[in-house]
Design a protein around this ligand. Structure first.
Ligand SMILES: NC(=O)c1ccc[n+]([C@@H]2O[C@H](COP(=O)([O-])OP(=O)(O)OC[C@H]3O[C@@H](n4cnc5c(N)ncnc54)[C@H](O)[C@@H]3O)[C@@H](O)[C@H]2O)c1
Length: 460
């Protein structure tokens, strides 16, 4: 297993530390409901999407300070819920109170799990991102605080919907965390402050890389007969653009997000390359997923400066998974390994030799725990907290690079946000017998991006 596969595994490990305190107050000038479950310090938690990340998020939530317990679980599939329940119960037995009648299965299970909560409790949304806006809509209607994993949108229509929902959540004084954990990684916070202080001068170039072997559900062989197209696509969501934005959005958003943060702005346009070199599975069957196995994106900021991002899922090719910032006075390593792995560092000039080292971070706290400590602290102290708008922007910038590669066109931020291609229009009313958002051709193959050959308004 290479470093990058290890990182995928470690993100799924159950980790624990602490944070957060109690108290509630109203916001100045507006009468809003208390931020957490009325009449008690006890916060109840439900999870929708009981996979690897969801299990990790539950354990981190249960590791924050103050009384908190898991009371309901929902998943599209029984096997996934069962293994998650077993893992979480083993890791945090005293804080899991999820009897059989609060374990819900199916595409409408999310409603039943959220119905078990009171306003001010927390729901964790860790399904594939396509469902985020559907589940967030219901969470807001129930007055729930939310933690949702990244990416939070995959296409233009859902990005526009999520921006509106973000405003509705704030208007209801709901606290919303988004799993772009780089923002809670202390070395990157310190690096950001130092860059704002001018320690590397003006940023003129940034570079990001995520290149490793096929991970997650990057690649998929032909659908077996004993599963519907819908369930196959949902289970193997990294393979399908409607479900996840593909491996591009799912894997690359972290580095794209934290480099945008370092620059204090988002790129305004992108042009990109990508292709499918090896599209057979290890067993030699045709790979029917929609992903390219390499991508190379040139993002441009409003001031003309550039950010180059390279992504690759290819066994045997060199692995690079890190991010860098070049300024007029110096050079910074943001993530040394993985999505946000320290230590971050600043060097004089452009040469990262030890003699040029100006600063290196020391903090090793877990950003996945930090993001939960911050969210629960905001809930218990009734402080404004909503990361959704920023999460949508990071998702749109990521989709802009992906769409540039898939169409072979230059794509601006505004074009991506306003793109009319709705990848999955029927999700609000989805049932297990609904047609899958992506339909196969007569040979069982799904449409794939064809840069230059399809219209410039759609990726597939
Ligand atoms: N922040 C990070 O570093 C990080 C790491 C891993 C995953 N993630 C994100 O977390 C999300 C989940 O990823 P994962 O790796 O846990 O995947 P996973 O496949 O392990 O888990 C997803 C779960 O959601 C369930 N599900 C799918 N559709 C559903 C629906 N409509 N209703 C209820 N349940 C449904 C699946 O059955 C599965 O159990 C993705 O958005 C991913 O990008 C973030």
């Amino acid at each position: 297993m290479n470093t990058n596969d290890n990182s995928l595994t470690s993100r799924r490990q159950f980790l624990a530390t602490a944070g957060g305190v109690a108290a509630a107050s109203a916001l100045t000038g507006i009468v809003l409901p208390a931020a957490h479950a009325q009449g008690s310090d006890q916060i109840q938690l439900a999870i929708v999407g009981c996979g690897g990340r969801g299990g990790g998020a539950v354990v981190q939530a249960l590791s924050t300070k103050g009384p908190i317990k898991l009371v309901a679980m929902a998943d599209a599939f029984e096997d996934r819920l069962k293994s998650s329940f077993d893992g979480i119960s083993k890791a945090m037995p005293a804080q899991v109170d999820v009897p059989q009648d609060r374990r819900f299965i199916g595409y409408d299970a999310y409603k039943k799990a959220m119905d078990c909560l009171k306003p001010g409790d927390i729901v964790i949304l860790t399904t594939p991102p396509a469902f985020r806006w559907v589940h967030f809509t219901y969470a807001i209607s129930k007055g729930l605080n939310v933690f949702m994993e990244k990416p939070i949108t995959c296409d233009g229509p859902s990005s526009r919907r999520m921006l509106k929902l973000a405003e509705e959540a704030s208007a209801k004084n709901l606290k919303c965390g988004v799993g772009l954990m780089s923002r809670h990684q202390k070395p990157l916070q310190e690096l950001h402050a130092r860059i704002q202080n001018g320690e590397i001068g003006d940023i003129i170039l940034m570079r990001g890389y995520r290149m490793h072997g096929p991970g997650g559900y990057f690649e998929s062989g032909p659908k077996p007969d004993n599963i519907s197209h819908l369930d196959y696509q949902v289970r193997r969501f990294h393979s399908f653009l409607w479900a996840s934005g593909g491996n591009f959005s799912d894997f690359y958003i972290h580095i794209i997000d934290h480099l945008g943060w370092m620059k204090n702005s988002w790129p305004v346009k992108a042009q990109a390359l990508g292709g499918r070199h090896y599209k057979h599975t290890a067993e030699g069957a045709p790979a029917i997923d929609q992903n390219f196995d390499n991508y190379s994106v040139e993002y441009t900021f409003a001031d003309g400066s550039k950010f180059f991002f390279d992504g690759r899922c290819m066994t045997g090719a060199k692995g690079i998974y890190s991010s860098y910032i070049h300024g007029t006075k110096g050079y910074a390593i943001a993530s040394r390994a993985n999505d946000c792995g320290g230590p971050s560092a600043i060097y004089k000039g452009q040469d990262a030799s030890p003699a040029n080292l100006v600063w290196q971070s020391k903090d090793t706290s877990n950003p996945y725990q930090n993001e939960w400590d911050a969210l629960v602290s905001a809930i218990r102290n009734n402080k404004p907290y909503n990361e959704v708008k920023r999460g949508v922007e990071a998702s749109v910038v990521t989709s802009m690079g992906r769409m540039a590669a898939h169409t072979g066109q230059e794509i601006t931020y505004d074009e991506m946000l306003n793109c009319e291609h709705d990848f999955a229009p029927n999700l609000m009313t989805l049932t297990s017998s609904s047609p899958a958002p992506l339909q196969p051709d007569a040979n069982g193959l799904y449409p794939i991006p064809m840069p230059g050959r399809l219209t410039t308004k759609r990726e597939f």
